[in-house]
Design a protein around this ligand. Structure first.
Ligand SMILES: *Cc1c(COP(=O)(O)O)cnc(C)c1O
Length: 379
């Protein structure tokens, strides 16, 4: 298979993502100051759509001592770019991926008996123990050693000859909801798991539990290291946990320009299904970005863009490649900058606004900005 040519290389398209690496560095420093512990910067899913290699470098410059990814493939991209800090793979890949994971010095998360057995054999075989992070499921209900299997799994590791437990961790299910008891319960269950391990002589150097929300809202979750993802990008873990309240600044701007302008009469319908009509005589601008770039179709008649430094409604059905903007009496000029996310002049459109309007979370908006958008990194 051949690799698709990246449109990012052509430089022809006016529509682009601009990523401020200064904001990433600032956010890492801010999270480190808030938590007082080591930062493991989570750059999975291409750095939440921001570009994993550039974000990883900026995070390390900002003071992150670890990086984390979801997939071995994502770790290999970072290694190929020459990034040499420790990289944690947050879940077990298929056993067949173990040789490549170890060859690239990616640190495995482990929890299944057969997976641990293969790692053990690999460590024993090469005469150097494999450093692993054991993951316990303290209540997330996704992956990790179930609590009732924890003593057996820890024993397996304790008697192994090829494994070294560098970390023990868990993942929080409701850290973005400070009002519920779940996080305290998970941490209590996690602490019991730690003491079971300790009794078997396993006292890892890195104990960690907190994602961004846990890092910001639960001091008891901070431990030796925290694993912020969304907060690195200056985005809110939940709409009622605003990133700005914690001194985090958004790194991303989504920018295009007016590609077409027309004057329409009151009542003129616009776009598929004619789901919008001009409320009066005025100007409509067309902007070359659509749902194939990651503008959710659910934003139809529910978002605003910035043009000439002021908010204008995006109108009519969001199409694959284009959206329309109602400009009232202000004539739009072909080539004028349109900002879909981020700042223009004094105004700013937040990813959080899109998430609310599309009934989703900031994570989904950021990670669904597609490869068709060229990424420009600055700072
Ligand atoms: C994705 C992920 C994180 C980062 O979570 P955020 O909410 O983005 O901070 C941390 N730990 C694990 C295990 C994850 O899967």
């Amino acid at each position: 298979m051949t690799r698709m040519a990246t449109p990012a290389r052509t430089g022809l398209r006016p529509t682009r993502l601009e990523i401020d690496l200064g904001a990433i560095r600032h956010n890492v420093r801010q999270l480190a100051a808030t938590t007082g512990v080591e930062i493991c910067a989570v750059v999975k899913a291409d750095g939440y759509g921001h570009g994993s290699v550039e974000v990883a470098r900026a995070a390390v410059e900002g003071g992150a001592s670890w990086l984390a990814v979801a997939l071995v493939e994502e770790g290999l991209v970072l290694r190929d770019a020459g990034i040499d800090v420790p990289i944690l793979v947050l879940s077990e890949p298929p056993v067949a991926a173990i040789p490549q994971m170890l060859a690239a010095e990616l640190t495995p998360t482990a929890y299944r008996e057969p997976f641990l057995a293969v790692l053990d054999a690999a460590g024993h075989g090469r005469g150097r123990a494999v450093a692993i992070h054991l993951k316990v499921d303290s209540g997330m209900g996704r992956v990790g050693v179930p609590i009732d299997e924890w003593p057996a799994r820890v024993k397996q590791v304790a008697v192994s000859r090829g494994l070294e437990v560098q970390g023990i961790f868990t993942h929080l299910a409701r850290a973005d909801e400070p009002g519920v008891q779940t996080t305290e319960q998970q941490l209590a269950s996690f602490d019991r798991a730690l003491s079971v391990a300790s009794k078997l002589g396993i006292d890892p150097e890195l104990v960690h539990t907190a994602n961004s929300a846990g890092s910001l809202l639960f001091p008891a979750a901070r431990r030796d290291m925290v694993r912020p993802g969304i907060g690195l990008y200056g985005l809110s873990p939940a709409l009622d946990v605003p990133a700005a309240d914690h001194g985090l600044v958004p790194a991303l701007r989504l920018v295009s320009e007016v590609a077409f302008a027309k004057r329409v009469a009151a009542g003129t319908p616009v776009s598929y299904g004619h789901r919008w009509r001009a409320p009066e005589d005025g100007w409509v601008a067309t902007v070359p970005i659509g749902y194939a770039d990651g503008v959710p179709r659910a934003l139809t008649n529910r978002a605003q863009v910035l043009l000439k430094g002021r908010r204008r409604p995006m109108v009519g059905t969001v199409t694959m490649d284009q959206v329309m903007v109602w400009c009232d009496d202000a004539e739009p000029v072909v080539g004028e900058e349109v900002v879909l996310l981020g700042e223009q002049g004094e105004e700013c459109v937040l990813v959080e606004e899109w998430a609310a309007a599309a009934d989703t979370i900031t994570y989904e908006i950021a990670t669904q900005l597609t490869a068709r958008l060229p990424r420009y990194h600055r700072g």
